[in-house]
Design a protein around this ligand. Structure first.
Ligand SMILES: [Ca+2]
Ligand SMILES: [Ca+2]
Ligand SMILES: [Ca+2]
Length: 133
């Protein structure tokens, strides 16, 4: 195998692995969050997950999340958009509004009110999972 073919084969394997991992993650997340076991996540289930995440991320217990506490879950642009009062932190109301907005963005059928595995595997679905599990 020449170098090019080798590199190609390695990156193809990585893409396959990443794809498989994303799928496995979403399906485990769906199972964990789907408390009424209908095979989808509704906004109430997403919010229940988000409330748990909010509590566990608020390590200094001041009732808000700052960019440091949200590291790896929300990028700077996302943080700014979710902080309309511009105080540099997200309180629970701002966090829940962000969760609802991201939930709606992940819906392939707008107004469907639930997210299935395919929707959770979309970029918006993946962004949502970072906020609720
Ligand atoms: Ca459900
Ligand atoms: Ca905090
Ligand atoms: Ca704020």
């Amino acid at each position: 195998m020449n170098k090019f073919a080798q590199a190609f084969s390695i990156s193809a394997t990585l893409v396959l692995l990443t794809g498989a991992m994303a799928f496995a993650d979403s399906s485990a997340a769906l199972k964990a969050l789907d408390t009424d076991k209908d095979g989808t996540i509704d906004l109430k289930e997403a919010e229940a997950g988000a409330a748990k995440v909010f509590k566990s991320l608020d390590t200094d217990n001041d009732g808000t999340l700052d960019a440091k506490e949200l590291a790896g879950r929300l990028d700077a642009a996302g943080f700014k958009a979710a902080d309309p009062d511009n105080d540099g932190t997200l309180d629970e109301k701002e966090y829940m509004a962000l969760v609802e907005k991201t939930f709606k963005a992940a819906e392939l059928k707008p107004g469907g009110r639930t997210l299935d595995l395919k929707e959770l595997n979309s970029p918006a679905g993946q962004a949502l999972l970072k906020l609720i599990q």
